[in-house]
Design a protein around this ligand. Structure first.
Ligand code: COA
Ligand code: AMP
Length: 630
């Protein structure tokens, strides 16, 4: 096995040759003329001059090489009691026909398509069909409310929206179609067509002249071949939370993405073609894009699309049943899912009921894995459990213990060592590098490796300002932490107003915008507080307008309902307290840090800059009162 240190050093000292070698794993139509073009720094362009097609690399080339009978996609849906298996040949047939259907609506290279769908195979076909045509997909997670969908539609202006009648949550059907209708009523941009997959669980009414029935539409289509696109052309836009209400559209290219994800499969995950790989995430998140869809298919693996939860579908043995039934070799999930399982089945009795002997490793990401959860999983599973750190922007892991390289030891509480290609540094406030074991801002020296974002959709100035302005020459991750003397990176917190709830990235600033707009609210603040299951949960503090006559409970309920309606259930915003005033500095800055400490029961001191120290005691007593009010 190759040495981590050698591979890592080469990736930084000679990135052009390193990534040119990795690019051999990809089928190019026209070879690239330049591996790295850094002339528009901070934006690096990888594999310029090269043309390829990502869908061809995910599907057709495996079929062309005689591997069409191999398993490509396993759809396992405990919520509908369905298991479906698609070979590469069958996947090709589905995707080429869907590409033809999209083309029949005029979708072509460079057009955008929004996919607002639950975890069904048609959603995966849709992503790949867009890639086949050179169209740019933007998948919107089902847990977002209509205004969030509308904001994304207005930002990326899709020619077509693909959706489904409903999604299925534990004990609840989520009617997607009314959410889509509401989003379109709010949006300024109107797509030419909406295509709706009717699910038996709850079909939807179609709007004549605008909506098409998915099955009829596909049945009438002819298969469409893949088209070559530039390596630097966009493959997808994926929106993620920033510090404001406006989501940021992270743009991924085709060439660098294909090369980086192909490289990652054997080197980070230690996965050989032909094995089954399972990322228990959602296609609405970056993990789902990279490791439910593109990474495993690029590498010729069978990938599992799981429409269910770690618990409740039907029990805490659900993950282990999937691992056993589909012979999963490598699995990837979020720590919160493991905590949910551990809480229901602490002695792992439901694990013993399944033969998971084929599992070789479990990877975790989305938030820092607390050592207790990591150790529990390692003891119960008896395989390496590897926390690795990444972001929507980077598209793949910044740090990990790379199973395909030696050594791949782990250090509990750390996200591993920097992955080849990522030059991770810790910086102080002035941007100077800090030595080992001292905390600071985590940054990556430019250029970023292939597969990372090529910018924000239609927002270059915002992109420069957000990621590249504070520390010239570096990418600002907005995470803070330290690197120990052995090179392990500990990612401890965000440096902005983003919190991580159940592995989902949420903006507290966005929640504050929703609360501020309520008629009774004079001022508000939202902080993330620690939660045993979800890692962090949002907690709202509101100050009422003078003369407000509604009860505190009414206002709190309205606040919870507003965040659910405006952002979505995924925000998990359920707790609000009413306070007399917010603690502020004398210059008027809200002291969220001390509020969070009080809410977490941590030791806190009165900040020297506070204008009114008494308010902190009030907050403390409000939080202790069962009603959460004065
Ligand atoms: N469509 C519609 N609604 C959704 C949804 C979707 N795709 N996904 C989640 N929701 C809803 C849930 O039903 C829940 O609604 P509720 O308030 O009515 O109960 C709400 O959004 C919050 O969901 P979640 O935070 O996921 O909590 P949960 O209580 O339903 O489940 C876990 C808790 C831990 C089981 C779950 O969060 C989980 O499996 N997390 C894994 C996260 C993950 O894979 N992250 C990807 C990064 S790797
Ligand atoms: P997202 O873009 O939704 O994937 O969220 C990215 C953010 O999640 C990061 O900036 C971190 O704050 C957090 N995160 C993801 N993985 C890890 C990890 N392994 N350890 C610590 N934080 C993580």
């Amino acid at each position: 096995m190759r040495s981590y240190q050698d591979v890592y050093s080469k990736s930084l000292s000679d990135p052009e040759n390193f990534w040119a070698d990795a690019a051999e794993a990809i089928d190019w139509v026209t070879p690239f003329s330049r591996v790295l073009d850094n002339s528009a720094a901070p934006f690096a362009r990888w594999f310029g001059g090269g043309t390829l097609n990502t869908c061809h690399n995910c599907i057709d080339r495996h079929v062309d090489a005689g591997r069409g009978d191999r398993l490509a996609l396993i759809y396992d849906s405990p919520v509908t009691s369905t298991v479906e298996r698609y070979s590469y040949l069958e996947l090709k047939a589905e995707v080429e026909r869907l590409a033809g259907a999209l083309a029949s609506l005029g979708v072509a290279r460079g057009d955008t398509v929004v996919i607002y769908m639950p975890m069904v195979p048609q959603a995966v076909f849709a992503m790949l069909a867009c890639a086949r045509l050179g169209a740019v997909h933007s998948v919107v997670f089902g847990g977002f409310a209509a205004p969030e969908l509308a904001a994304r539609i207005d930002d990326c202006r899709p020619k077509v929206v693909l959706s489904a009648s409903c999604g299925i949550e534990v004990g609840r059907i989520v009617a997607y179609k009314p959410l889509l209708d509401e989003a379109l009523a709010r949006a300024d941009h109107l797509p030419g067509r909406c295509v709706i997959l009717q699910r038996e669980t709850e079909p939807a009414e179609l709007v004549a002249g605008r909506d098409l029935d998915w099955n009829d539409w596909v049945a009438a289509a002819q298969p469409h071949d893949w088209v070559p696109v530039e390596a630097t052309d966009p493959l997808y836009i994926l929106y993620t939370s920033g510090t404001t209400g406006r989501p940021k559209g992270v743009v991924r290219d085709n060439g660098g993405h294909a090369v980086a994800l192909s490289w990652s499969m054997p080197n980070i995950y230690g996965v050989e073609p032909g094995e089954t790989y399972w990322a228990a995430s959602d296609i609405g998140w970056v993990v789902g894009h990279s490791y439910i869809v593109y990474g495993p298919l690029l590498n010729g693996n069978a990938t599992v699309l799981y429409e269910g939860k770690p618990v409740g579908t039907p029990d805490a043995g659900a993950f282990w049943r999937v691992v056993a039934e589909h012979d999963v070799g490598t699995m990837f999930t979020a720590p919160t899912a493991l905590r949910a399982i551990k809480r229901e089945d602490p002695r792992a009795e439901q694990l013993r009921a399944h033969d998971v002997s084929g599992l070789r490793a479990l990877f975790l990401a989305g938030e820092r894995t607390d050592p207790a959860t990591l150790q529990w999983a390692r003891e119960q599973l008896g395989v390496p459990v590897i926390d690795h750190w990444w972001q929507t922007e980077t598209g793949w892991a910044i740090t990990a213990s790379c199973l395909g390289l030696e050594p791949h030891d782990v250090r509990d509480g750390a996200g591993g060592r920097p992955v080849p290609g990522f030059d991770v540094r810790v910086l102080d406030e002035a941007g100077a590098e800090i030595g080992s074991d001292s905390a600071g801002a985590l940054a990556v020296r430019l250029p970023l490796p292939p597969g990372t974002f090529r910018g924000l959709w239609g927002a270059e100035a915002q992109c420069r300002q957000t990621y590249y302005a504070d520390y010239p020459g570096y990418y600002r991750t907005a995470d803070a932490g330290y690197v120990d003397s052995d090179g392990f990176v500990f990612v401890m917190s965000r440096t902005d107003d983003v919190i991580n709830t159940a592995g989902h990235r949420l903006s507290t600033g966005q929640m504050e915008e929703v609360l501020s707009a309520l008629p009774d609210v004079a001022e508000c603040a939202v902080c993330g507080v620690a939660d045993d299951l979800k890692g962090e949960l949002p907690l709202g503090f509101i100050v009422l307008n003078s003369g407000c006559e509604r009860s505190y409970a009414d206002v709190a309920a309205a606040a919870v309902a507003a965040v659910r309606a405006e952002i979505g259930p995924v925000a998990a915003f359920k707790r609000v307290v009413v306070v007399e005033r917010l603690p502020k500095t004398r210059s008027g800055k809200v002291l969220r840090g001390v509020m969070r400490k009080i809410a977490n029961g941590e030791a806190w001191t009165v900040p020297a800059t506070i204008d009114d120290p008494d308010i902190l005691d009030e907050i403390s007593s409000v939080l202790k009162s069962p009603a959460g009010t004065r």
